[in-house]
Write a protein that binds this ligand. Structure first.
Ligand code: HH2
Length: 271
């Protein structure tokens, strides 16, 4: 069983395929399985190391869907990609993860960091899959209502350290786990940028760090629109390159080609 850092050398790109009607930046684009499968294939052709398939939006204000609906959305896509495209399943539900792993998914990306479904840790442990543990303050429905921290980076680091210890205590191999500060999940614009600026405090936990700044509203707000719900590709690329320079291993992005090209240049320049 390889470690995350062997399977995903720095920098690796994770392409986002949301099979949802309501995701914040690409809702509806890939709701038809044929469209989602085509998007995933294109992302891998453009240089993505893996595609993250999700059937539930976690955008601010979102209420979530049940496992049956999530499975209805993602299973045809996973069946279409099986054996051909490396897949991560973006889910918090054991039932969805179990089915996705049967269909060949190699990574479970849980935005609740194993807090939502008590059975998910066992599913990941038994399968030997890779696991991404993400920080979120509160829940999607309410998380953007006045988020406050004394020290956002210290609090995110302490949370991720605790969740990593929990995962290991549940039988998950530490080398298979990566950590994610959860850009936009219960954080202000300033919190999000501070997490990138001080990303070394998260890489110090000893596990590869995933960053998903792509298209997030903080980028639109930074550029002067206080009501922005998304950010541009150019701003996304800028944030991704900064995160890479500060030590991120996996960049979770919607616009794969732009990020792959920018990261190739950044890697060549930074050495
Ligand atoms: N962001 C989103 C969803 N899943 N997973 C990780 N590990 N890190 C992230 O930053 C992250 C994530 C939200 O983005 P998106 O999937 O585009 O939107 P939605 O949740 O509305 O489907």
């Amino acid at each position: 069983m390889s470690a995350v850092e062997d399977r995903f050398p720095r920098p690796s790109v994770m392409g986002v395929v949301n099979v949802t009607p309501d995701s914040f930046s690409d809702g509806g684009v890939n709701l038809d399985p044929a469209d989602a499968i085509a998007s995933a294939r294109r992302m891998v052709a453009e240089g993505a190391a893996i595609v993250d398939v999700g059937g539930e939006s976690t955008r601010p204000g979102s209420g979530g869907v049940d496992a049956a609906e999530e499975l209805r959305r993602v299973v045809p896509v996973l069946e279409g990609l099986a054996g051909e495209v490396p897949v991560s399943i973006d889910t918090s539900k054991a039932e969805v993860a179990r089915r996705a792993l049967e269909l060949g998914a190699e990574l479970v990306n849980d935005v609740t960091a194993l807090r939502a479904d008590p059975e998910l840790a066992g599913v990941v442990a038994d399968s030997g899959a890779f696991l991404c543990l993400m920080h979120m303050r509160g829940e999607p429905r309410t998380m953007q209502a006045d988020p406050r921290y004394d020290d956002v980076v210290a609090e995110v680091a302490a949370f991720l350290e605790e969740r990593l210890a929990f995962a290991v205590s549940a039988g998950i191999t530490e080398e298979r786990v990566c950590l994610d500060p959860g850009i936009g999940f219960g954080k202000t614009v300033e919190h999000n940028f501070e997490l990138i600026r001080r990303l070394d405090e998260l890489t110090a936990l000893g596990r590869p760090v995933v960053v998903g700044f792509s298209r997030k509203s903080s980028l639109g707000k930074l550029l002067g629109d206080p009501d922005a719900t998304t950010g541009s590709t150019a701003a996304s690329v800028g944030a991704a390159i900064a995160a890479y320079e500060r030590g991120a291993t996996i960049l979770r992005v919607h616009d794969v080609r732009d990020h792959v090209e920018a990261l190739a240049a950044a890697t060549a320049a930074l050495g």
